[in-house]
Design a protein around this ligand. Structure first.
Ligand SMILES: [Fe+2]
Length: 354
């Protein structure tokens, strides 16, 4: 399969790939995952046992994609049609690229959907997962600075009294994610970077810092259930992360997905189609299973389980109401405005615990 991989643009280049040179994702060549990293469990961070869909809270950074894979992914996000048509910004994050993978990033799309990648993410997350939808493949958070700006940050950060009020602001403020799990992949060279950790709030309200990944490495976080913020990275000309969101593969695991943090920064036509289709699919599977169980009970001569069926109907009604609540009329969505959590930000420069 590797002989299908053609020439790729230079690392960090903005060159676009000619159609005939589209590289093919090859897990043997492009996946570099080796060992299971250290993992903090939900219990480790003081969460109640019924919170979340898995015992795993967050992983340490681990190598996931090769440098060549990162180079190809970068070439896909720098295509003019991606920056022109898929750029979003909000009060939480200044520059993002969203929903481009389906039409403009065949390599990135194949990389995240490949069964080998899905198996790695599922293994580390402690539950069988699949990408949340095509729309949420490799959402990009962008932070690009001039060389002088990056260098001066490092000098200024050593003199806190002279730092501007914005220097300690997180790159993304306190929030819980809309989706059960995220895998955050670092796309930039972090050699001179200071900071860039993820801060988590534990069950008791303490703040833990999780070390940020280096280029080609990733972390996995059960972000729907854990309050977190991405801390600013100083000293680097750019910090580009690709965030892919995940949900349980099984239709019989709870789906607490909301669209709160993504609705204002999305093509709602795409987002709503993806969301409603898989929610209906989950319901379809649950209804079919309930019907089969009921028929089997009857065939076995057992009494109708009134209480059990009413509980199932109540759960199904709540599931439908949840879907309905998340579908805010498109003309009522305030673009770029995401509700924030009023907690003190974490300063750059503390020690990471994980
Ligand atoms: Fe997040």
């Amino acid at each position: 399969m590797s002989n299908q991989n053609r020439s790729t643009p230079a690392a960090g280049g903005k060159g676009s790939l000619a159609k005939q040179e589209t590289p093919v994702f090859d897990p043997e060549q492009h996946l570099v995952f080796k060992e299971t990293p250290d993992i903090l469990t939900m219990q480790d961070i003081g969460m109640a046992p019924d919170v979340g869909v898995s015992p795993v809270a967050v992983t340490q950074p681990f190598p996931l994609f090769s440098q060549e894979a990162i180079r190809i992914m970068r070439s896909e996000i720098f295509k003019p049609e991606v920056t022109q048509n898929h750029s979003f910004s909000s009060n939480l994050a200044a520059a993002q690229l969203r929903g481009y993978a389906r039409d403009h990033a065949p390599f990135t799309r194949a990389a995240w959907n490949h069964p080998s990648t899905v198996a790695i993410v599922s293994k580390l997350a402690g539950i069988d997962l699949i990408p949340w939808s095509e729309y949420e493949i490799a959402h990009i958070n962008l932070c690009v600075k001039s060389e002088e700006q990056a260098a001066s940050e490092l000098t200024v950060s050593k003199q806190p009294m002279h730092a501007s009020p914005d220097d300690d602001k997180p790159i993304v403020g306190w929030h819980t994610d809309s989706y059960p799990f995220v895998c955050v992949l670092m796309m930039s060279d972090c050699t001179n970077m200071v900071g860039g950790e993820t801060a988590l709030r534990t069950g008791s309200g303490e703040v833990l810092r999780v070390r940020g990944p280096t280029q080609g490495c990733a972390i996995i976080l059960q972000g729907r259930y854990i309050m977190h913020q991405a801390l600013r990275a100083l000293g680097a000309k750019e910090r580009i992360t690709a965030v892919t969101s995940w949900r349980p593969r099984s239709a019989f695991v709870k789906d607490d997905t909301v669209l709160r943090t993504v609705r204002p920064v999305s093509d709602l036509n795409e987002l709503y189609h993806d969301f409603t289709e898989y929610r209906l699919e989950i319901l379809e599977q649950r209804l079919r299973a309930a019907r089969q169980t009921m028929r089997a009970c009857r065939a076995a001569g057992r009494l109708f389980d009134t209480a059990g069926h009413k509980a199932f109907l109540a759960e199904s009604a709540a599931f439908l109401q949840h879907t309905d609540r998340e579908l805010v009329a498109m003309d009522e969505v305030r673009r770029g405005c995401i509700e924030t959590v009023d907690l003190p930000d974490v300063a750059v420069g503390g020690a990471a615990v994980c």
